[in-house]
Design a protein. Structure first.
Length: 152
């Protein structure tokens, strides 16, 4: 009643820009900093919270056991492992940019040196440098690289 779902089937080459964008969106959800890999105890506590919430929301707000379970649950969520992306999660633009990254420190300008190569893969894209910056930002958020200074 309060959820909307949309589905689409796109058939294209894995290197197509649309496929790259879809994977990028999926990875932003999959590796969101608030997402956890739940264990059995976490799921059991979540199930119990849901049961109690359905029973009576107002009464639960005053229920000390519920408050305690909620504290434990959210405390555990902060301590549980987060999903870690691997090289296999990189496709399309992300993979293309990642594959040209040198060892050690590099600048955006170093990666701009591959602009012609990227243009060959995505000839319709007229904003290659902006796309490179975007991919570097996302690789940073995923933990593959570290931003250490302006353009580095």
């Amino acid at each position: 009643m309060s959820n909307i779902e949309a589905n689409v089937v796109i058939t294209d080459d894995v290197q197509a820009e649309i496929v790259s964008e879809i994977y990028s969106t999926y990875n932003r959800l999959k590796y969101h900093p608030e997402r956890v890999i739940p264990d059995g105890e976490f799921i059991d506590i979540f199930t119990e919270l849901c049961k109690r919430e359905k029973f009576c929301e107002r009464a639960l707000a005053k229920d000390p056991e519920f408050k305690k379970l909620k504290e434990i649950f959210f405390g555990m969520a902060k301590r549980l492992k987060r999903p870690k992306p691997t090289r296999a999660d990189l496709v399309g633009w992300l993979e293309l940019v990642y594959d040209v990254l040198p060892e050690g420190t590099f600048t955006n300008r170093d990666i701009y040196g591959y602009e012609d190569k990227f243009r060959q893969c995505y000839p319709q894209n007229l904003n290659i440098r902006a796309k490179i910056r975007q991919q570097l930002q996302f690789l940073n958020k995923l933990g593959f690289i570290e931003h250490i200074g302006k353009g580095m």
